[in-house]
Write a protein that binds this ligand. Structure first.
Ligand code: SF4
Length: 327
């Protein structure tokens, strides 16, 4: 089934959103869910045009409010596959409050956060993830706000799933979207997305084959952190501090290499902090995945319990002959 709608994307030529849309269209048929049972909810921004371009149901909502709308939908219709398309401004600034509370509530949503470190739709204001020093129309002398670290914010807010992917690495992005879809709970996928118009090459350090080899690691469950052109470097932990080691020269046992465990929140928290240190490679992949009750399941259970425990008819209740006792 082709999940493309009849709408032509209005994104600028070369925008990373096109590549992300393509991978979403590749993954949706693999879910085995009919288009009429999938809903894409968005807020405002370039990324939030996403629902127009998919032949599923969609809601293009108001700025920053995609997550509460999606939560309400999932609670009312838990049978639907609910996705959210949002950006760094929409999710982390205007919708910042909803972001942290959605993560701790853990409704079963797949949240795709297109992070281009800029407001594109409104023509280039700095966003909550813009790097310090970036000159924009609203920061002519350079950004002085410390940027949000999306991974650390997700884990710190009690999120049950965090992964990072990249618009230009289609195969990898597709595999991460599959993982997010399989996770029960709020899957937060941060996608580095190039905005060639207002913040071009923000992620160039991880883009070219040469840069990619020396600056990125692809995190895999139960595998050591090995990266580099010839796979000749790895990561060890010195206490809680990650240290880059040369596999050929440094003296250590390969068993000292840091093995990733995506259920380990302490390791995930350290991994999240790699983005704060330019000397460390940038991790991509699933940092953290925890099985936890979803918001809609907990709420449904509570309603069932209330129905079971509330004895008596409505008439009796109105007469005050019976009352509902909260247990
Ligand atoms: Fe993409 Fe930037 Fe154009 Fe928006 S302004 S569509 S993010 S290139």
């Amino acid at each position: 089934k082709n999940f493309a709608s009849d709408q032509e994307p209005k994104w600028c030529p070369g925008c990373g959103d096109h590549a992300i849309l393509q991978q979403i269209k590749n993954v949706l048929p693999e879910l085995g869910v009919a288009p009429e049972n999938i809903v894409f909810v968005s807020g405002i921004g370039c990324s939030s045009r996403l629902p127009y371009y998919l032949a599923t149901y969609g809601v293009h909502g108001i700025h920053g409010r995609a997550l509460p709308m999606a939560t309400g939908l999932k609670v009312a219709r838990p049978d639907l596959s609910v996705w959210v398309g949002t950006g760094d401004g929409d999710a982390l600034s205007i919708g910042g409050n909803h972001f942290i509370h959605t993560l701790r509530r853990n409704p079963d949503l797949n949240v795709l956060l297109f992070n281009n470190e800029i407001y594109g739709l409104t023509k280039g204001q700095y966003s909550p993830t813009s790097k310090i020093g970036l000159r924009t129309v609203t920061s002519p002398s350079g950004v002085i706000d410390h940027p949000f670290n999306t991974a650390a914010l997700t884990i710190g807010s009690g999120g049950s799933f965090f992964a990072r992917a990249f618009d230009r690495d289609g195969k990898f992005l597709r595999s991460i979207l599959q993982r997010a879809a399989l996770h029960r709970g709020t899957s937060l996928v941060e996608i580095y997305q190039n905005c060639p118009i207002f913040n071009n090459a923000a992620f160039e350090a991880f883009a070219t084959p040469e840069n990619k080899a020396s600056n990125t690691i692809y995190v895999e469950q139960d595998k050591p952190f090995v990266f580099g052109k010839d796979k000749n470097r790895g990561i060890m932990l010195d206490g809680f501090k990650p240290v880059v080691v040369d596999l050929d020269k440094d003296e250590f046992s390969t068993s000292d290499l840091w093995i990733h465990d995506e259920k380990d929140i302490n390791k995930a928290s350290i991994l999240a902090r790699f983005a704060d240190d330019e000397a460390l490679p940038r991790p991509f992949g699933v940092f953290y995945a925890e099985e936890r009750v979803t918001y809609e399941d907990a709420l449904s259970q509570q309603i069932r319990d209330a129905q079971k425990n509330a004895c008596g008819t409505l008439e009796e209740l109105l007469k005050g002959e019976n009352s509902y006792e909260i247990k």
